[in-house]
Write a protein that binds this ligand. Structure first.
Ligand SMILES: C[S@@+](CC[C@H](N)C(=O)[O-])C[C@H]1O[C@@H](n2cnc3c(N)ncnc32)[C@H](O)[C@@H]1O
Length: 274
């Protein structure tokens, strides 16, 4: 990881940024001497003479398999395996139920199973969250920071579409994606709320029935800020920590009753690509 960051940064250092337009660029330029020294150390460690050689080194990273999640609201794992195994080697994941493992590089984006919402292209780490929360059919569940909604619809599938999920999303554009994901999943027990979870009146008596809460606020911008390396900035983590504290306080001071709450999970992801 340290080395990946170094390689990403070195591009900016080798080809001086034409214009310093954002906080990341400013940060890199401010600390360019430190970064250069760190890069030189990596070169020595890897026994290469310069950054170009470092970049052209053959990677030893094993390619990741393609993980897909079967949407059990629309189909069964058995029937998806039957379809996919005609073209690919398919294994069941050993940890997450209804997760299948396909060879690296398998492109499923336009596959009818995906466009029909029978299969979701969802990474293993992402799927482990709803599986760990383990909501039961009939529960009332809050997904406080929901878009694009992959975990929301996974929760719905684990609940067999029974019970109810309140999926809250602050960002209007991302909320549209959330609503699209919900429609594609076929779940009809999800209420999407567009707005700040902090403004939701969780003192409403209906919140007393909440059995599980998913809190997944630490968005890296779905890859955008990963490329921009925003997550390396001190201000980025401070901002996230403050949001975390506010969200947790909102939950703790709400009507949600701990004797009814069986499961609560805070997710902290720093990278969205999986
Ligand atoms: C990490 S993403 C959630 C990913 C989602 N759980 C999934 O698996 O598809 C975090 C989301 O929380 C939203 N968000 C951040 N602060 C929020 C708040 N105070 N209330 C509601 N949503 C918020 C962001 O707009 C972003 O879409």
């Amino acid at each position: 990881m340290e080395e990946t960051r170094g390689i990403s940064l070195c591009d900016g250092l080798r080809h001086p940024l034409r214009s310093v337009s954002g906080s990341v660029e400013e940060y890199i330029m401010l600390h360019k001497d430190t970064f250069r020294t760190a890069l030189q150390k990596i070169c020595v460690k890897r026994k290469v003479s310069n950054v170009e050689d470092l970049l052209s080194e053959k990677t030893t990273v094993k390619p990741k398999p393609r993980f897909v999640r079967v949407n059990t609201l629309k189909t069964t794992t058995g029937s998806v395996i039957e379809v996919l195994s005609k073209m690919h080697k398919v294994d069941k994941d050993d940890m997450v139920p209804d997760m299948l493992v396909l060879p690296p590089g398998t492109d499923m984006h336009k596959h009818p199973l995906v466009t029909d919402g029978k299969v979701f292209l969802q990474g293993k780490a992402s799927c482990m969250v709803a599986a760990a929360l383990s909501p039961k059919p009939g529960w009332k569940v809050i997904d406080a920071c929901a878009a694009p909604g992959n975990k929301t619809v996974h929760l719905a599938a684990l609940m067999n579409g029974e019970g109810s999920i309140i999926a809250c999303e602050l960002n209007k554009e991302r909320a549209k994606t959330l609503q699209h994901t919900v429609r594609r999943s076929g779940a009809n027990n999800i209420e999407t709320v567009i707005g700040d979870f902090l403004n939701i009146d969780t003192n409403d008596p209906s919140y007393a029935e909440v059995r599980a809460i998913l809190l997944d606020p630490s968005c890296s911008g779905s890859g955008i800020s990963t490329e921009r390396l925003d997550h390396l900035l001190p201000s980025y983590s401070i901002g996230n920590c403050m949001l975390w504290r506010l969200l947790l306080r909102h939950i703790c001071t709400s009507r949600i009753q701990y004797e009814n709450l069986e499961s609560a999970l805070c997710v902290h992801t720093t990278l969205s690509s999986s």
